[in-house]
Design a binder for this molecule. Structure first.
Ligand code: NDP
Length: 296
């Protein structure tokens, strides 16, 4: 068997096009332009790349992008003051604080200072609780992107066995909640799971969010399963730097029914879903119908 490759780059382009279409309608019909504020503290090069890319894609779909770059030694009080100002600003519909923050800042405190209705990363404790209780929330972008790809690939997920490897707050746990919301039978595996290979072999849907290069080989995968590889690992191979996922792609693709590649799978969907969340937040803030297919 040779798996269908789920093209996240193309899927993300479709999501962005849908968002752009809705943004144009919001402008034409309601005079509204969604605004996304991104806050970056310090000069972490990887974070700077992400923030630039987010800003560019935000303006490309017709939204306003507000970048706030603060020095690495910014005090918690000053950062909180900026967040309160953004919470109160009607032009700002979404607020994202780029993580990780410098060590002297308390990430939980900062994230929980964001107005939950503008928390487009879905990390605020209120949104975590709403998702966990099956209520309308802002959903973390990476798991939302995975869910969209799974629904597009499989249609109904109801009754399928889903295994999520990884239990982080930003990927593993919300992913498991979303799959449960779509009526999968969900197992969350982690570093203490016994016989992980056997657990994975029971999965109709396998989501890998571990951060260990090519840890999951093809013989852990049920024939025909759908494999979503969230991992982004930078390794050196044959003297060249390269990106690989948590799944050994070649051996997995020989067994799976469908699989996301790395790069070009889950990665591009994350920013597309950030834009979708900003659009959703704008619609909710203005009492307008939410866009179909862009939320959980
Ligand atoms: P974390 O480090 O926060 O979590 C990793 C999880 O993997 C933990 O729950 C850990 O278990 C589990 N784990 C570690 N080793 C093993 C093992 N040997 N067997 C089973 N489980 C194990 O990572 P994140 O969730 O933040 O990210 C995971 C990966 O996804 C990374 O590669 C990251 O770069 C990538 N990522 C990609 C994104 C994208 O846009 N595509 C967005 C976010 C992340 P335990 O809890 O027991 O320690």
């Amino acid at each position: 068997m040779s798996a269908t490759i789920i093209d996240g780059k193309a899927f993300a382009a479709t999501v962005r096009a849908q968002v752009a279409e809705h943004v144009a309608l919001l402008k034409a019909d309601h005079g509204l332009t969604p605004g996304l504020a991104v806050v970056l503290v310090g000069e972490d090069p990887a974070s700077e790349v992400y923030v630039r890319s987010k800003g560019k894609q935000t303006t490309e779909v017709g939204m306003n992008s507000y970048e706030h770059k603060l020095p690495a030694d910014t005090s918690e009080a000053d950062l909180l003051a900026l967040i309160f100002q953004l919470n109160a600003d009607p032009a700002v519909n979404g607020i994202l604080v780029q993580l990780p923050l410098p060590d002297h800042l308390d990430s939980d405190l900062v994230i929980n200072a964001i107005d939950p209705a503008k928390d487009v990363d879905g990390f605020h404790i209120s949104n975590v609780g709403l998702l966990g209780t099956g209520q309308k929330s802002m959903v973390p972008c990476t798991p939302l992107g995975c869910l969209m790809m799974l629904r597009a690939q499989l249609g109904s997920l109801s009754g399928l066995n889903a295994v999520v490897v990884g239990r982080s707050n930003i990927v593993g746990k919300p992913m498991a909640q979303l799959l449960l919301g779509d009526s999968c039978t969900v197992t969350i595996a982690h570093s203490r799971t016994k016989d992980l290979a056997e657990v994975c072999r029971g999965a109709d849907i396998l989501v890998a969010a571990v951060g260990r290069p090519e840890m999951i080989p093809g013989d852990w995968i049920k024939p025909g399963a759908t494999v979503i590889d969230v991992g982004i690992n930078r390794i050196e191979r044959d003297g060249k730097k390269t990106l690989v996922g948590d799944v050994a792609f070649a051996s997995a693709a020989a067994v799976a029914g469908a699989i996301t590649p790395v790069p070009g799978g889950v990665g591009p969907m994350t920013i597309a879903c950030l834009l979708a969340n900003t659009l959703t937040a704008t619609c909710r803030a203005n009492g307008l119908a939410e866009p179909q297919g862009l939320t959980a």
